[in-house]
Design a protein around this ligand. Structure first.
Ligand code: SAM
Length: 225
């Protein structure tokens, strides 16, 4: 059974989509998308040999070799023009790694109309990247599974404007304020307060002052949500 996290990612894949799942590991997501009749075809990309072999094995085991192509490649290099990929999913990595994958081969996104990104941490950098590259947030989700809280961003080609708090908290997520959202930011707030306390007695170097100012600003922002 697919995790709630990946099931939620799958729920944003349009019916009939041609999907590239980058960093696919066991290719569980593409297999699910084909079995459920959501995607018509999928590419599973993996840069590490072990997970690549797991993906190949899983696709064979599930009898899906005609519908899923597994490629050993770095990021979007797994996507070929003849695939006609329209939807890219990247899940289970940090926001900065997801952004570096999107930036490395921008031409591979030419035919892509939807990005479904699930950063484990630092979703903020994805919203900044989207703002700078004319992708707009179509939807967002936040969920808790096994004590971990995950964010999912669904992007489409359009422009948007975001305020500083919206970049950090997510425009939709801060409107909805779901239990997972409240829990995530209460946790972050505790962390920031702990760090602030720990540098309270430290020497007043410019670096410490900068860190202190940053933490105070974040705490003020989170108070305002
Ligand atoms: N996407 C799956 C999920 O959400 O459950 C697997 C997540 S796993 C934690 C991250 C996977 O991404 C690993 O298998 C890793 O090898 C792969 N990966 C990391 N950087 C990559 C890159 N630049 N290109 C392709 N795969 C990458």
């Amino acid at each position: 059974k697919l995790s709630k996290r990946l099931e939620t990612v799958a729920s944003f894949v349009p019916s009939g989509a041609v999907v590239a799942d980058i960093g696919s590991d066991h290719a569980y997501l593409p297999c699910y998308l084909i079995h459920k009749g959501i995607a018509s075809y999928a590419v599973a990309g993996e840069v590490v040999k072990g997970p690549f072999e797991s993906a190949v094995g899983q696709v064979q085991k599930e009898g899906l070799t005609e519908k899923i192509t597994v490629r050993l490649a770095n990021g979007l290099a797994a996507v070929e023009e003849t695939d006609h990929v329209d939807t890219v999913t990247i899940a289970g990595m940090g926001g900065p790694l997801i952004v570096s994958i999107l930036e490395k081969h921008p031409e591979k996104l030419n035919g892509v109309t939807r990005l479904i990104l699930q950063p484990n941490i630092h979703a903020k950098v994805i919203r900044e990247w989207a703002l700078a590259h004319n992708w707009a947030i179509q939807d967002e989700e936040i969920l808790e599974e096994d004590e971990k809280i995950y964010e999912i961003l669904v992007l489409q080609r359009s422009t948007m404007t975001l305020t500083e708090p919206e970049i950090i908290f997510g425009p939709r997520l801060m409107q909805r304020k779901s239990p997972a959202f409240i829990k995530k930011w209460a946790r972050e707030k505790e962390n920031w307060q702990r760090v602030l306390q720990s540098i309270e007695g430290a020497d007043q170097t410019p670096e410490i002052e900068e860190k202190r100012a940053e933490l105070v600003a974040l705490l003020n922002l989170v108070e305002g949500v």
